[in-house]
Design a protein around this ligand. Sequence first.
Ligand code: A3P
Length: 285
Amino acid sequence: MSDGYVWFEGIPFPVVDCTPEHLRAIREDFVFKDQDVLTVSFPKSGTNWLIEILCLIYSKGDPAWVQSVPIWERSPWVENTHGHEILKHQEGPRLITSHVPCHLFPKSVFKSKAKMIYLIRNPRDVLVSGYFFWIISKLAKRPESLEQYFEWFLQGHVAFGSWFDHVRGWMSMRGKENFLIVSYEELIQDTRSTVQKICRFLGKKLEPEELNSLLKNSSFQVMRENNMSNYTLLRGWLLEERGSLMRTGISGDWKNHFTVAQAEVFDKIFQEKMAGLPRELFPWE
Ligand code: A3P
């Protein structure tokens, strides 16, 4: 550990449950199975919301599982030693989560038929959500101000590195039939249709009442009260006493936090770094 991060191949990672040795080992040795379903995202993109939705798809809308097992055990993070331990012993189709950049990811996934869902969110909201999360968490370097975190984010000096590189890396997978891109914004705008799109990709069909139960149990209000999903189990250990994963649950909150100058700088860098990628990948732009 150094300076509030664990470093691997020039990328900063969180300091808890993650080591360079582990990252190196899973990259070479972790075996993805064709039936696995992988959620990949840059942190604070709505990852846990998507996990909740996937769990409820697999339980056919029955909330018993999401109400009784911590979210990080239902769809473990492969880069975490604890998550990896669960995955190693799990039989049958697995839900797996990761924030690892594409070029450092376990190699076996690229040869498997495992289904991958890449979740993307307006990076301005990712930045703001990240700032408010890292100041209440003990997982990685704690920023002293939003101004400071803004600089770190643009330099890629935050957990899992540069958002721009992360997105560019994983976007190289687009067009593959086992790779689906979902945005936080489309989930917010029309959750029902987006869940149906995910179900089609997974080859799953939910009855109308199962879908209604899924929508209710993965809503912001219900997840906020669910101790198995809202991270309050980590209070006093990895999170501050009042810490929670569930903050605003909206898109566009960055407008309440960026200065005009920051918004302009961000726009410019976004245009430069994302040049050449199709506009429709970024529905918020
Ligand atoms: P905000 O901080 O902007 O509110 P991740 O799971 O990748 O860490 O992302 C966390 C973000 O997703 C937080 O964003 C959180 O509030 C939001 N989120 C979690 N569950 C949600 C839900 N059911 N509906 C909408 N947003 C949700």
